[in-house]
Design a protein around this ligand. Structure first.
Ligand code: HEM
Length: 464
């Protein structure tokens, strides 16, 4: 009797296959599955994937809840397991909660100013072109995901080193990918952490992180550096909250731009390139905008960057259609009410933060790529229902950095190279693990534009 009353009070369970539950749908296209279940069952329902049961919260109801009640949920254990796997530190901005999280976020926020990327425009564009040339030499066509990650690393490194990235990218990309598979998507057994390549990559990344922390600390003590430097912000802030982080937890912050930004920005850029290269009505105006963006003789501020409307709106549309982190794992910190049900403390939750991206009421004809929806007067990206960067206290702190980075990378590519998807008729396929992105067979053939070849030759002749 008791059991049946309890069951009736649970949110509906989405029917699934024997033993597998909803594992197939969740593995294939989780956001669409969650949206379809939302339409059928409402803002709260349960799913089962193999032996795990999760409660899903979604829709505009979730957005309202996160505005007020977000302290009732806390980051899932996966977040601290992930950072622990990377750097023996469970405490990171992503895994911390309450007052401590607010303090650390307050300290770090100026270190996420988009000005850091804007002020290094010439260097970033040069780094992007250099990397593409290297990749062309290694073999053409080029695998897009690997290249995009490399370009993003180069750009985000300016948040930390103020200069080009030391030779650590490959180890970092490998380490993050494998750690995500073990601790976030849980698709690789954790025994893999004893694999020699994994251990060696981890050792290299830890050394990089500690070296950078030592170097920054020394510069900070000597009174060097500027106020947007991420590590300087941290040291300065810790004077106010000396107990916030232990010594060995401080160095971990040197990885934040990469843990937060590497996959998210690279995958978004890759999706963007796919649509761009398949549609001349996008490519033609973006060629003009790119020439403007890469012209380093002219000042370029955030407002002007945003005025490069086709590229900006295309980016918003990619974030809407392919939100890389559109589902977020949480645990109920306390009992709370949602959608007419009591969610008990300790419940494993998935927040479908980007489920609203698929709703006709917010984004008419939602499955269609339509950049005009983000132009005035529609400005659909300004609605709260547009949430590619999450909702609540942990909402992305790197969103502006990301937007500028993507625009610089795409502008540098379009202005300097002819690009062609290989084979020409390749159709977009996506993979979900460890993060949502086009499949690895997405390749582009790059040809350097003649103007560059000439100017390179001139430079070469000058040096002779
Ligand atoms: C397309 C690009 C990006 C997307 C889609 C994205 C998405 C997100 C999302 C959904 C969250 C919330 C996670 C949660 O609540 O569990 C988040 C948090 C975060 N992101 Fe991003 N992100 C992007 C780029 C970046 C970049 C470039 C950086 C760093 C430079 C960054 C750093 C962070 C950090 C540090 C947090 C944690 C904030 C906190 O816990 O207070 N992100 N991001």
């Amino acid at each position: 009797m008791n059991t049946s009353t309890k069951t009736q009070n649970l949110p509906p369970l989405v029917p699934g296959k024997f033993l597998l539950g909803n594992a197939i749908e969740m593995g294939k296209d989780p956001l669409s599955f969650i949206y379809q279940s939302y339409v059928k069952y409402g803002s709260v329902f349960r799913v089962k994937a193999l032996n795990r049961k999760m409660t899903i919260l979604a829709g505009p109801e979730l957005e309202k809840f996160m505005k007020k009640g977000d302290q009732k949920v806390c980051p899932a254990k996966e977040y601290s397991d992930f950072t622990n796997a990377l750097a023996d530190s469970e405490k990171s901005i992503l895994s911390m909660t309450g007052k401590e999280h607010l303090q650390l976020r307050g300290i770090l926020t100026p270190g996420f100013s988009p000005m850091i990327i804007l002020n290094n425009r010439a260097e970033i564009i040069e780094a992007v072109c250099d990397q593409v040339r290297k990749k062309i030499q290694e073999g053409n066509p080029v695998k897009v995901i690997g290249l995009a990650q490399r370009l993003v690393s180069e750009s985000l490194a300016f948040m930390l080193t103020g200069e080009r990235l030391p030779d650590i990218h490959d180890q970092m990309a490998y380490l993050f990918r494998e750690a995500l598979k073990m601790y976030m998507s849980k698709t690789t057994p954790t025994i893999f952490r004893h694999n020699p390549s994994y251990k060696s990559a981890r050792k290299d990344v830890l050394e990089f992180m500690n070296r950078l922390n030592d170097q920054k600390w020394e510069e900070y003590q000597n009174g060097a550096g500027d106020e947007t430097d991420l590590m300087f912000r941290l040291y300065e802030g810790l004077k106010k909250y000396p107990d916030l982080l232990k010594d060995d937890e401080i160095a971990m912050n040197a990885l934040i731009p990469f843990t937060g930004g590497l996959d998210t920005v690279a995958n978004t850029t890759a999706f963007l390139l796919y649509y761009l290269l398949n549609d001349s009505s996008l490519l033609d105006p973006i060629k003009k905008e790119a020439a403007h963006i890469v012209d380093v003789t002219q000042e370029l501020g955030l407002r002007e960057l945003k005025a490069q409307e086709t590229l900006f709106c295309l980016q918003m549309e990619i974030l809407r259609l392919h939100p890389i982190a559109g589902l977020i794992k949480r645990i109920a910190e306390t009992d709370f009410e949602f959608g007419g049900y009591t969610i008990p403390k300790g419940t494993e939750l998935i927040l479908g933060t980007s489920c609203t991206h698929k709703m006709e009421e917010f984004f008419p004809n939602p499955e269609k790529l339509d950049i005009d929806r983000h132009k005035p007067p529609r400005n659909e990206y300004r609605q709260r229902a547009f949430a590619p960067y999450g909702l609540g206290a942990h909402k992305c702190i790197g969103n502006r950095i990301s937007e500028v980075t993507i625009m610089f990378i795409v502008a540098a590519l379009v202005d300097n190279f002819e690009m062609e998807i290989v084979p020409k008729d390749w159709k977009l396929k996506v993979r979900q693990i460890p993060t949502l992105c086009p499949t690895d067979d997405f390749e582009i053939k790059f040809t350097e534009k003649t103007k560059n070849k000439q100017s390179l030759k001139l430079k070469h002749d000058e040096t002779i």
